[in-house]
Write a protein that binds this ligand. Sequence first.
Ligand code: IMP
Ligand code: MG
Length: 178
Amino acid sequence: MSTKIKVKDKFFSPFITAAEIDAAIEKMAAQMNINYKDKRPLFLSVLNGSFLFTADLLRKITVDCEVSFIKLSSYSGTQSTGVVNSLIGLNEDVTGREIIILEDIVDTGHTIVKLVDLLKEKNPSSIKVATLLYKPEAYKMDVPIDYVGLSVGNDFLIGYGLDYDGAARNLKEIYKIE
Ligand code: IMP
Ligand code: MG
């Protein structure tokens, strides 16, 4: 594995190898292949961070399935000062579907909670959450995280889809801030 790298103004050191990422995804896929036999799940991949995870996971899914890509966009409401969230990119009718949300990382959980709330309004038959990385010390929400690739500490990570100010998403391995 490579050594310390510099991205913009910060240094990062190797943390999770490509082989460890692959093994974690293999385990998640194996569970899903059992749990979703004959259920034709609809994977909803949350852009941008989940693109590599989604591509690698889906190649290990052997059950009949569909995949679509969504984004949570936030904007300031015109009337109130509160931030309004909306789901963009969802063209499928999710009514009665078995949804699996694919996230790169669940940190405080604000993102996943909003996503689940917005999706519930569309009456799917189930919503499960799968995340490659999970920060249990930061997560204070009630939404269960059903599939976890790897649990990590509270450090800032980059690589394999995760960015630092737009950079480093292309790295094959995951790096931790120094
Ligand atoms: P949450 O809403 O706090 O759970 O954060 C979710 C989003 O924050 C993720 O989808 C990432 O885009 C970003 N994020 C959280 N932790 C990290 C990290 O360690 N590195 C890069 N992005 C992160
Ligand atoms: Mg993200």
